[in-house]
Design a protein around this ligand. Structure first.
Ligand code: ZN
Length: 285
């Protein structure tokens, strides 16, 4: 039986307000976001690096002073594939900068979207092998900084250019191969809603290895795979079943609403988005 939810179980991923892309969203400052979340009794905020600049320490303190947890930081640089740094050592350096920023912010985890398929390779396995090598090379620094890295498998449609890691199965394989407590998984409804093996795969995990649960909905007639996520209740994902699978493994963290929606929610007033997200969270998740 799922426990009843209230506002303190919900974290805002600030992408939901359109902050991650130029020209989108209402342009709220971090202070406005903190005040709006605190006023609604939210449990936490997950920030994006572009919002922090060199203010990670201050924004982290300000978030906690308002009674909110800093549930996460989005996101690590791509570690493999298009858009990753040119050399292995540059990738490792970039990752260390992100880990240091996460430590300054005091976020509970750094979300890792791993990057797509390595140039001139075929299939995902060579890329996953390279990814495993780079993760093993960076996880020690994360551990030393008390930063947890949440690997987020993306929907398979992104495998080419954003994430060669597309299944919970492959993610857990990597976690078990590296076997470091600072490395875990972030489960996002948008990316796993189709996966009938979610529950059985999560059974392979240590209970402490789930670092995040991201919620939204998959619109049956989605118009854009990146920027047309649905509000909870508007789509076809079985969110309570996903939550049951994740919490059934012992996850006790916040549920983080993360909605990329260029033509719908990002065009609405942030107060309306936050009120709707909270209402749907309590009624649909
Ligand atoms: Zn996510």
């Amino acid at each position: 039986m799922l426990r009843k939810l209230d506002s303190s179980d919900l974290a805002l991923n600030t992408a939901t307000l359109g902050h991650i892309l130029d020209g989108h969203g209402a342009g709220w400052s971090p202070s406005q976001v903190i005040d709006a979340c605190a006023a609604r009794g939210f449990g936490g905020i997950t920030w994006w690096r572009r919002e922090l600049g060199d203010q990670a320490l201050q924004i982290g303190e300000q978030t906690r002073a308002a009674g909110l947890r800093v549930s996460g930081l989005c996101r690590a640089p791509f570690l493999v594939g298009p858009g990753s740094a040119a050399t292995r050592s540059a990738v490792v350096d970039d990752m260390r900068v992100a880990i240091d920023q996460c430590a300054a912010l005091g976020a509970e985890s750094l979300t890792v979207v791993v990057g797509g398929v390595v140039e001139q390779s075929r299939g995902v396995q060579p890329s996953l092998d390279q990814l495993t090598d780079i993760l093993a090379a960076t996880v020690t620094h994360a551990d030393q900084c008390d930063v947890r890295l949440g690997l987020e498998p993306l929907h398979p449609v992104y495998a080419g250019n954003r994430s060669c890691l597309v299944s919970v199965r492959d993610t857990i394989d990597i976690l078990q191969q590296i076997a470091a407590p600072a490395l875990g998984i972030a489960v996002d409804v948008y990316h796993v809603w189709w996966d009938t093996s979610l529950d059985s795969q999560l059974q392979r995990l240590d209970a402490t290895a789930i670092f995040g649960l991201h919620i939204c909905d998959w619109l049956a007639d989605t118009g854009d795979i990146l920027l047309d996520r649905g509000m909870m209740g508007d789509g076809v994902a079985d969110i309570p079943a996903i939550r049951a699978a994740v919490e059934g493994r012992g996850y006790q963290g916040l549920c983080e609403v993360e909605i990329f929606s260029a033509n719908d929610w990002w065009k609405r007033p942030p107060d309306e988005v936050l009120d709707t997200a909270l209402a749907r969270f309590v009624s649909c998740c």
